[in-house]
Ligand binder design. Structure first.
Ligand SMILES: NC(=O)c1ccc[n+]([C@@H]2O[C@H](COP(=O)([O-])OP(=O)(O)OC[C@H]3O[C@@H](n4cnc5c(N)ncnc54)[C@H](O)[C@@H]3O)[C@@H](O)[C@H]2O)c1
Length: 245
């Protein structure tokens, strides 16, 4: 796939899946802003590739998102590809969680992506060259996941947001799609209790979790011209763990 000189922004690019996406896009010619609230981690992502710059962005702060947007436009130009990959959760029984936790989970996993999309889509539309948005949700948002109940609700919201945004942006030739990873070998997955990780791995038909690069492959498809007529779609990349329609 050829992304030569396309400007891409990847949130959550300091770790795991976001880092793999930023690296894969840059490896295929894009110039990439690796955006993360952990700037040192984003700088590590950038250090591995001369087509990646690191940018501070906190999904929970509208002003930091707008500063990041202005910095990207100034240093790289209008964004052609936006990948919303940042996310956060702390699994546990729903009845043991509290209001502050719910707010944090929804703020990062749903409202944060709404904020980023609102800020970055304006210059994308003004540039008039179309574009691609890829949201990283989760199979938890399609089929549910015990111990990740509020997170699943936020991810389900992100899936619905993707579909409605796809309808609104089609007139600008902007495609909006969603990748739902299954369990993937990242620091987030490694933070789960051993018993949960083993049970999930046993339930996967391929009997292994995904590598972050395998999620990036699906994102690159949606971000490429190969997906020019695909919008509002949700692709599960889960080794067959979920097969619900
Ligand atoms: N790993 C999995 O098994 C799995 C499964 C399904 C979905 N996902 C989703 O994939 C995405 C990437 O997850 P991962 O496993 O690579 O996680 P990770 O913890 O390895 O990386 C997440 C990144 O997001 C950043 N981040 C968190 N909160 C942020 C904020 N407020 N502002 C900016 N950046 C923030 C972190 O600093 C980190 O660099 C997430 O959306 C996650 O929900 C992961």
């Amino acid at each position: 796939m050829d992304f030569t000189d396309k400007v891409a922004v990847v949130t959550g690019a300091g770790s795991g899946i976001g880092r793999a996406i930023a690296t894969a896009l840059a490896g295929n010619g894009a110039v990439v802003a690796a955006a993360d609230r952990d700037l040192a981690a984003a700088e590590q992502t950038a250090a591995a590739h001369d087509r990646i710059i690191a940018v501070f962005l906190d999904l929970t702060s509208d002003s930091s998102i707008r500063s990041a947007r202005d910095e990207v436009v100034r240093r790289l130009g209008a964004t052609a590809i936006l990948v919303n990959a940042a996310g956060w959760d702390q699994p546990g029984p729903f009845l043991e969680t509290d209001e502050q936790f719910w707010r944090d989970v929804v703020d990062i996993n749903l409202v944060g992506h709404v904020r980023v999309s609102h800020a970055f889509l304006q210059p994308m539309i003004e540039a008039g060259r179309g574009g691609k948005v890829v949201n990283i949700a989760s199979d938890a948002g399609r089929v549910g996941s015990a111990g990740e109940t509020v997170y699943a609700g936020a991810k389900g919201g992100l899936i619905a947001f993707t579909k409605s945004l796809a309808r609104e942006l089609a007139r600008y030739q902007i495609n909006v799609n969603c990748v739902c990873p299954g369990p993937t070998d990242t620091p987030l997955f490694r933070s789960l209790p051993d018993s949960m990780r083993q049970a999930l791995t046993r339930a996967i038909p391929f009997r292994r979790v995904a590598q972050p690069a395998e999620i990036a492959d699906a994102v690159l498809f949606f971000a490429s011209d190969l997906a020019s007529y695909v919008t509002g779609q949700v692709l599960s990349v889960s080794g067959g763990l979920t097969m619900a329609g």
